[in-house]
Write a protein that binds this ligand. Sequence first.
Ligand code: FUL
Length: 683
Amino acid sequence: MNVKHLLFPCLLTGTFFSCKPVDAPSPVYPVPSPEQVAWQKMENYAFVHFGLNTFNDLEWGYGNTPAETFNPTNLDCDQWVRVIKAAGLKGVILTAKHHDGFCLWPTKTVDYNISKSPYKGGKGDMVRELSDACKKYGLKFGLYLSPWDRHHAEYGREEYQKVYHEQINELISNYGPLFEFWFDGANGGNGWYGGTNESRSIDPKTYYGYEKAREMIKTKHPDAMIFGGSVPDIRWIGNESGWAGETCWAMYDEDKASHYRQSQWGMKDATKWLPGECDVSIRPGWFYHHREDHMVKTVPTLVDLYYRSVGHNSNFLLNFPIALTGQIHPTDSAHAVDWYHTIQTELKDNLLAGITPEASETRGRGFGAGNVSDGDWDSYWATTDSTTTGSLTFPLPSGTSLNRVMIQEYIPLGQRVCAFTLEVQKDGKWTPVETSDTLTTVGYKRLVRFNTTSADALRINFTESRGPLCINNVEAFLAPALLEQPTLRRNAKNEVSINVVGEGMEIYYTLDGSEPTSHSAKYTGPFVLDKKATVKAITCDPLSGKTGPVGIRRFDLPSSCYMVVSPKDEKTSVMFDGLGYTTYYMPKGQKDLTVRLSEPQLISGFVYTPNQGRDATGHISHYELLVDGKKVSSGEFSNIKHNPIEQEIRFDAVKGQKIVLRCLRTVDNVSHIGIGEFSVITE
Ligand code: FUL
């Protein structure tokens, strides 16, 4: 390089000494391994849940249904991978064995596997088919192998531990490179267990031999990230809803956590680098259920989750429940692909590309502020050793509109930023952007959404950090308005209210099941609906005339038809107010909720909604339902602890008037039984 080029700017700015080559900042520990960094850069990838549960319409199979039940008619792994790739996802993880113990590959360890099913006349191997499809389309491949096995007779004893390790061995030896291996932590205790139908408990920390399992996997797949178990590389984010906390540290010490939900936020002072993975299904359940065909997450919901996972310093793991045919359902694929294109559009034109910001200070040569907008991930702006605050100011063409900012830290040196602010300059005056986001951590990637604002300059103030700042990328965008689907609720007075996010939007709705358009009835405020009906509603932007996705809600009997016989308590009305957040807790010792309908009805199911509050407890896990004294249904609400969604149970229709919901067990056996909402499904 010509020395003049080096000296001239230094002399101009009077920073001659800062032009001397300087050392990089020391790491702030803990720091990620290169494999963890590579994994973090994947950002988004897919899960597929498929197996016996698909054909049994269950979330958690008991392990007792014959292998012949597995019978897809048109299985096509290439179709899965094409959809996943078109949705911008970088890899896929297959549930090679779920809790029911059925293996999707022809394992030698147990008979309960795909070779005993009619699929391909017993010659099928789903692990092979999907890993081949991934190779063909250039996607990474990962595996989920449930440690809990409700089928195996030896589960809970030493023999099963050997079987489990041999299953791992088969999977890591025969199907090519793996980018992730998933050990699921779920264990509900009871199962078929070779026909014994009992409850077995184990100590997950010691029983599964995770240390040895890790060694086996890492020997053959050094890049693979291990999820779960006792020696993981990445952490579960503490919910199955697909989001990480706004404050989200990649650091986490599991043994210091007082509650598993703490992992939503990570720990500033932890000793291990254990970044978060946000898993969520595109439908309420992980496995396919025909009844959820109209409940596929909409594009705005998925976009929101992207900002709250990848944009909160975590990776996003989006699940596709494979349908009975053996393919990804067309609605799921349409939403996922549309989701990807929407994000691409939102974050397409970087308004800061090539703009060198003015920095409060720089460490010296090689660490200048221009590094944050040069498109090179490995170059970063750094401050001097004694400085843990600083600002970057980006001049913008006058009156530039923007509503998104992306910031990235150079994580190979650790995660540092603890707090920052965002300001825009307009007519010489600086004001903070309007956002409901808490501006704390950054990490690998932080995306902030704020109200569209016009600016002549953008300033980021880093107000607290665990060491000198190391920022490798800053971008800003103007995302077009995205129309949300309306949410619908009927309260205890039978009033239906329809809400949308976003100001100045109009809502149109129908009550006869037809698709709403901007010519349907206009929503002007809550209206009374004291009969059964399906309400469909859309948002319309009056300026552009554009309409958003349809919000749908089937309202069954109005709450005025329910009379609570027992417990006798005024507060029981919250179970019929359409809000899963307001929860009725049964008096201690009482296990039955008894309800009388205003007149006999043909009843074909019921819906139980556990408390929708974030850290709620008291969810019913095992139940019985009686109609006029006769038991019509009993069972478990599978996976309700980690995925506390509405539980819809169907049975053969019976005529009756008196309903008893009996709680046989609660999650974690807590003594308080909580009911967010309860209703029956009538014909
Ligand atoms: C949970 C399991 O119990 C669910 O069925 C699902 O597989 C999810 C990804 O993990 O713990």
